[in-house]
Design a protein around this ligand. Structure first.
Ligand code: NAP
Length: 315
């Protein structure tokens, strides 16, 4: 089968992928970026981004990713809106498949990101960015003096609930059981916060909302008590999901080293994976910071690591 050969292939878009593309394109490596089926990554499901330096008045997530993309294309990056379905990193050049098409590359940068786990109810997708969010650091600011709910019982939920109290007037933590799995110290901090209350044994069944003057807005939640199976409705302006993240690493299983949650392991202070010539950047290798700006930073590192590695192969 004929395959197209590239010096650098970037798998995944988002701030890490596009930054890696900008840098490798400017190094004349004409990178090919596979953007996947959610081009732009997680930022395309947030609304305003106000914490990315350089955008003084904030910017919409999808618009920001479009600017990143245009900047990469301006320097000669090539983009394909398809998902990579299979990889073979056992020999060089490395091979990747996009359904039945085949590509080879001297070096690969993996920036497939992570996805916030969702509740899997249709109304949650409908109000995503209009009350529903999976990132308190990104969106808490928009809920000044409002009532918000947080779902989850782990460290993230405790952290996000506490963080939200800097803005919201009232934060209600909804947990499906009667016990948190979060660390003791995080629980203590939460229980001490006068703005937070907890609704135990509670599951969100539906996000309720309305559309006024063409603007969608969440207005409350339908909740099921997991012990009594009784339903109730509560009023509120926001719903933050803090039920965990899942890295997009399915196709690299058994090939690239991962931690127990599936995040790619990189050598400390670099973007090098366990296979020479394969680099990883952004949320796919970071379960801790998960910010657009840190993803862009590691995307830049991956591009520089790849460029230097390619150079070393010819000397
Ligand atoms: P996590 O520990 O896996 O907790 C997820 C929580 O969400 C659990 O309480 C779980 O309920 C709940 N949940 C999962 N699916 C749900 C669903 N469909 N509906 C309702 N609830 C659901 O995830 P995390 O809190 O994001 O933490 C991930 C890792 O990062 C952990 O190791 C954590 O310690 C670490 N972390 C550390 C810090 C820190 O130290 N500052 C901060 C954040 C995260 P059940 O309990 O019933 O399973």
């Amino acid at each position: 089968m004929n395959s197209k050969h590239e010096k650098v292939i970037i798998i995944g878009s988002g701030p890490a992928g596009f930054t890696a593309a900008i840098y490798t394109a400017r190094a004349n490596l004409t990178p090919l970026i596979f953007e996947g089926y959610q081009p732009g990554g997680q930022l395309t499901i947030t609304t305003d981004v106000e914490n990315y330096p350089g955008f003084e008045h904030g910017i919409m997530g999808p618009e920001m990713m479009e600017i990143f993309r245009k900047q990469a294309l301006r320097f000669g990056a090539q983009s394909i809106f398809k998902n990579v379905t299979k990889v073979d990193f056992s020999k060089r050049p490395f091979t990747i498949w996009v359904e039945s098409e085949q590509y080879t590359a001297d070096s690969i940068i993996v920036t497939t990101g992570a996805a916030a786990m969702l509740l899997d109810i249709p109304s949650e997708t409908n109000y995503m960015g209009y009350g529903v969010s999976a990132c308190a650091t990104c969106d808490a600011f928009f809920f000044k003096n409002q009532t918000v709910y947080v779902v989850g019982g782990g460290d993230s939920a405790m952290e996000e609930a506490n963080f939200l109290t800097k803005f919201a007037s009232k934060v209600i933590l909804l947990h499906r059981r009667d016990k948190f799995r979060a660390s003791k110290i995080m629980q203590d901090r939460l229980f001490k916060n006068p703005k937070v209350s907890v609704m135990w044994n509670s599951e969100v069944i539906e996000v309720l909302g309305e559309t006024l003057d063409g603007k969608k807005k969440m207005t409350g939640l339908k909740i099921k008590n997991t012990v009594t199976n009784k339903f109730s409705e509560v009023k509120g302006d926001g719903l933050f999901l803090a039920i965990g993240h899942k890295p997009n690493t399915e196709i690299f299983k058994g090939i690239l080293d991962m931690d127990e949650k599936g995040y790619l392991k990189v050598k400390l202070g670099s973007t090098k994976t366990n296979i020479e010539g394969i680099f990883a950047a952004g949320d796919v290798a970071d379960s801790y910071y998960r910010q657009a700006v840190t993803a862009a930073g590691t995307g830049c590192m991956a591009a520089i690591d790849a460029e230097r590695w390619l150079e070393s192969q010819h000397s």
